[in-house]
Write a protein of this length. Structure first.
Length: 237
């Protein structure tokens, strides 16, 4: 005799929360997310169907497997996961639970989801992030991205939150969490080349302008230091 789970028929799709890593395709034309644990090898789109990570042919979420998308009921529970060192660069997702799902005490395991919002945390230096930059690792065909402020972007591959949302599509909304103020030239290396990208909208141009301003501030700081050294230096004959 097989036990049946209670059936639910909600009027509206349940809402859940999870953390994930934003990823950018190697050619820079697609944006997606990847899980931080079991499903980390399978990037998923804003609107996507789950697949079994073990390659089995059943349809997620199977009762005798742990496949499918996972999320928790409470936003605070998901935010707490961002405290661990390995998850500091992840983003917080608010998702709609679609299709078949299995309800647990703390969350859902389900077949289909839509990512509604992605909240980007502060930069490693503590300042508010203005973009997502190459984290230095990834999956085949995908670069993992991490939040970065204007001063810490450097010459790494980067994209603004608005640009990421545009590539991801399906109505994704990006939110930047507040951070502390960045110091003059904080984290900015001496080589500060700026790549100007075309075809950007107003939000992307605002982010590019912030990056440019941070670089100008850094150069002004360096020039001021050189001027102070010149005043106190020996006279030239």
């Amino acid at each position: 005799m097989r036990l049946r789970l209670p059936a639910e028929h909600p009027a509206e799709p349940p809402t859940g929360y999870k953390i994930a890593r934003p990823v950018l395709s190697h050619d820079g034309t697609r944006a997606a997310f990847t899980g931080v644990s079991l499903g980390g090898a399978l990037p998923y789109r804003v609107l996507d169907d789950a697949s079994c990570v073990y390659g089995r042919r059943h349809r997620p979420p199977a009762r005798l497997c742990d496949c499918g998308f996972h999320c928790v009921h409470d936003r605070t529970t998901a935010e707490a996961l961002l405290c661990t060192a390995e998850h500091r660069g992840a983003v917080l997702l608010e998702v709609l639970v679609l299709g078949a799902y299995i309800r647990f005490e703390r969350g859902f395991r389900y077949a289909r989801q839509r990512v509604r919002t992605a909240t980007v945390g502060p930069c490693d230096c503590g300042a508010a992030a203005v973009g997502l930059v190459d984290a230095g690792w990834g999956r085949p065909g995908w670069r993992v991205l991490a939040p970065a402020c204007a001063g810490c972007t450097g010459g790494r591959t980067s994209i603004s939150p608005a640009g990421f949302a545009r590539l991801a599509g399906d109505g994704l909304r990006m939110i930047a969490a507040r951070g502390g103020p960045a110091g003059p030239g904080a984290g900015l290396p001496p080589e500060t080349g700026l790549t100007v990208r075309t075809g950007l909208g107003v939000p992307e141009l605002v982010a590019e302008a912030a990056l440019l301003q941070a670089r100008l501030d850094w150069f002004q700081t360096q020039l001021a230091r050189l001027g102070e050294r010149g005043v106190g230096g020996p006279e030239q004959g």
